[in-house]
Design a protein. Sequence first.
Length: 133
Amino acid sequence: WEDAVNLILWAMRDLDIPRRDHGVQVMWEYAVEHANMERSRFFGFSSDMYHFDHFQGKALAQFADFVRNTGHEILGISTMDDGRTRVDVRVSDEVGAKSDWVFIMVKRTFGKYEGCIQAHRIVRADSKYLPEI
């Protein structure tokens, strides 16, 4: 769980390495519902995830604290009642301000990502959507 969260946050820290917005592309690949025509609650609110450009704009806005972050700390990992894994993370943004986040992670059981750990939801720890997701 930690490895996947670390990779997402390191990619967003190094957003434009090796090319522009590569960090967002990494996050997109780790999102369970990317390229899916169904609505998603990845950002907390209901949103489409079927087109990378749509995801890119939302991710850069919703996860601005991750862009060029100066570090992060895993605060805790727990199993949710429905079997998903909750990873609580504190992120230091570009200027060092801290914010707390919840990554809800799953292990894929089918398809080309079978066996891979991916992000099902990523929201601020104080998000009004957290109880619903």
